[in-house]
Design a protein around this ligand. Structure first.
Ligand SMILES: Cc1cc2nc3c(=O)[nH]c(=O)nc-3n(C[C@H](O)[C@H](O)[C@H](O)COP(=O)(O)OP(=O)(O)OC[C@H]3O[C@@H](n4cnc5c(N)ncnc54)[C@H](O)[C@@H]3O)c2cc1C
Length: 500
């Protein structure tokens, strides 16, 4: 007899999404989290009166037809959070793209964006407008297609319907042709600057640049600010807290400080977990196991049977080397933040260097309307860059932490002059820390390759090498954000509901 219908390992956004939806549908769910709070990378930590986001800080997916809109409607909390209490608020401009000699505000309204583009890239304006118009047309088609066919209904979401899939892939083939036509037809006057401007938006929303992104993903990434960028009162931890609350509200159980050591297999099927808490080690049985952790963590640590381990390692290898983040959190006097500074920016420091590593900095400033985040007259700043995992392995982060933090503050001086003189509180999160927070090996935030056999509609999350084991989270869905991760949670919840 199983103790639970479903055990979810890990309370990241993916795990929380599956667990809360399945509880709502009446399943007996247990969510086990090794940290003392839920959230994983979607979390907020408190230091010296400031409340900093440690990972996700810019949010999307709250517009009509999008993933969090669906989830909040499902839990009947949409009006409370978006309207009555304004917990979730649209931010304008959603993103600021900063190049050494340009600064563009990416507003949700295209007309406002074009005004900025006119100021910064007047000689390329016509072609840029054409690019956005063409991209938006395709993005609308993908959006409608995905929503029409998979209306987040939990009845037919991502259902394996081969006719539908065939239609979808046929459409994608048309989209792929379109990328070639569009990009080849443009004669940019400032080619390098324009390409970097587009690169930075793609890197933010899809972690891929122009050179290696597919056309559907390109249009989806450029379309994200148009559909709306949002801030959350209290920071990222509020979003995780909302989902945790729904899980408990519908009878699910969450246990923190509970480290899953092993996924127990019986007759080749996942049948339970071995979990270590401060005082004991227990085996708990379940009909289904959902793992919100990386493929390499499952293969290296959670599965003990040799042959199955090898199959996970093979998939992890296919996914390639990942990127690891280094983040600096600063509490600063708000007078040091210039008026033109957006709440979310991506900055490339030098044209001579490729748009990667510490040449690209992601910066978020806590919203001026969120007084819960910092002492009066102060604001939180989060600055991150991502470097390849193998490069990070050669850095002694404990030794270098101070230097790297100082270096980051110097980079920020470019945007926030004199910031170093106004730092009230400073804290850094190195890859080793991310590794401890998420249990992803080397602190890898995201795998290198977006392979369709791994991420595709019929991909790995539903078809793992172990029966009755599903995977959610960053390794189970293409894209780079909490919204994508939540989609992986819906997909797995639907699959389990379909099977019962
Ligand atoms: C620096 C940084 C900045 C980011 N910025 C943004 C942004 O601005 N906007 C955005 O949308 N996204 C952003 N992201 C991405 C976003 O944060 C992630 O996609 C998302 O939060 C990942 O969720 P997840 O479900 O994969 O789980 P994770 O966040 O990885 O959480 C997994 C959880 O599982 C637990 N766990 C794992 N193994 C076990 C085990 N054996 N036993 C018990 N518990 C276990 C971990 O403790 C952890 O809590 C950012 C990421 C990083 C690193």
């Amino acid at each position: 007899m199983s103790d639970y219908d479903v055990i979810v390992i890990g309370a990241g956004i993916g795990g929380l999404t599956s667990a809360s939806l399945l509880s709502k549908r009446g399943l007996k769910v247990l969510l086990l989290e090794q940290n003392s709070t839920a959230g994983g990378l979607c979390n907020t930590i408190s230091k010296g009166g400031y409340h900093f986001d440690i990972g996700a800080s810019l949010f999307w997916g709250f517009g009509h037809g999008e993933i969090f809109h669906y989830l909040f409607s499902e839990f009947n909390i949409l009006n409370d959070l978006l309207e009555r209490e304004s917990v979730v608020r649209k931010i304008e401009p959603g993103l600021q793209v900063i190049l050494p000699n340009h600064r563009v505000n990416v507003y949700s309204e295209r007309e406002r964006l074009y005004e900025d583009l006119k100021r910064e890239f007047s000689s390329d304006l016509t072609n840029l407008v054409k690019l956005y118009q063409e991209s938006d047309k395709t993005e609308n088609e993908i959006f409608n297609l995905v929503n029409k066919r998979h209306g987040y209904s939990l009845k037919n979401h991502y259902r394996q319907d081969s006719n539908r899939l065939k239609m979808l892939y046929a459409d994608i083939a048309i989209f792929l042709k379109r990328k070639k036509n569009i990009l080849q037809s443009f004669n940019w006057v400032n080619r390098e600057e324009i390409e970097r401007f587009i690169d930075l938006q793609l890197i933010y929303f899809a972690r891929k640049g122009l050179a290696d992104i597919s056309f559907p993903l390109l249009t989806t990434a450029l379309g994200i600010p148009r559909r709306g960028i949002y801030g959350i009162r209290g920071g990222a931890g509020t979003l995780s807290g909302i989902l945790e609350k729904q899980l408990v509200r519908y009878g699910g159980k969450i246990t923190c400080n509970s480290f899953v050591e092993e996924i127990i297999l019986r007759n080749g099927r996942a049948s339970g977990v071995k979990v270590r808490t401060e005082h004991s080690v227990n085996e708990i049985g379940a009909k289904w196991i959902i793992a919100d952790t990386s493929i390499s963590n499952i293969g290296d640590n959670l599965i003990k049977k040799k042959r199955k381990k090898a199959r996970f390692s093979k998939i992890a290898k296919k996914m390639g080397h990942g990127l690891v983040p280094f983040t600096v959190l600063l509490g600063v006097d708000e007078r040091v933040i210039p008026e033109q500074m957006g709440e979310h920016a991506i900055m490339m420091r030098h044209y001579e260097l490729p748009p990667e590593g510490d040449n690209v900095i992601f910066i978020s400033v806590s919203p001026s309307w969120d007084e819960t985040r910092s002492p009066q007259g102060k604001r939180c700043i989060t600055a991150t860059y991502f470097i390849p995992a193998d490069e990070s392995a050669n850095i002694d982060w404990e030794k270098e932490r101070g230097n790297k933090t100082e270096e980051m503050i110097n980079f920020l001086e470019q945007l926030l002059p004199f910031v170093s003189d106004f730092v009230d509180c400073s804290y850094s999160i190195a890859p080793d820390d991310y590794s401890r927070i998420t249990l992803r090996s080397n602190g890898i935030a995201r795998a290198g390759n977006c392979r369709s056999d791994i991420y595709g509609f019929n991909g790995l999350s539903l078809k793992t090498p172990v029966r009755r084991l599903f995977i959610v989270g960053g390794d189970a869905f293409p894209g780079s954000g909490a919204a994508h991760t939540a989609k992986s949670g819906v997909r797995v919840a639907e699959e389990i509901l379909r099977k019962i």
